[in-house]
Write a protein that binds this ligand. Sequence first.
Ligand code: ZN
Length: 138
Amino acid sequence: MAGKGFIGEFKEFIAKGNVMDMAGGVVIGGAFGAIVTSLVDDIIGPILGVIMGGVDFTKVGITVGGATIAIGNFIQAIINFVIVALVIFSVIKAFNAAREMKEGKPEEAAPTTKICPYCKSEIDINATRCPHCTSENV
Ligand SMILES: [Zn+2]
């Protein structure tokens, strides 16, 4: 068989690098999600519960007939979303600011030329005689 085969193609797919970036993003995203979930469940949830008069926020619901409308869960999902959006926005903003700061300071290259004081031609920085007007000690 002359083809690269399944394994060869798979290796190429992995070696492209962006797959690893993507995997990293997924792993970090997952861990990040856990942090946000914990923040909402363990910190913001109980605080809201206290504010709401000691009730478990997620258990807040309205019973209509036989069905329970879990308003608490829904509100918590919205809070989750807002927090995630806010944190991601902040991270991206900080990341962009850091990148702009980095890009805003380009490394200044050492000058390689100078201007001849006699003929105003651009000549090599180490030249002792101008190649244009042949003046010495330029
Ligand atoms: Zn010159």
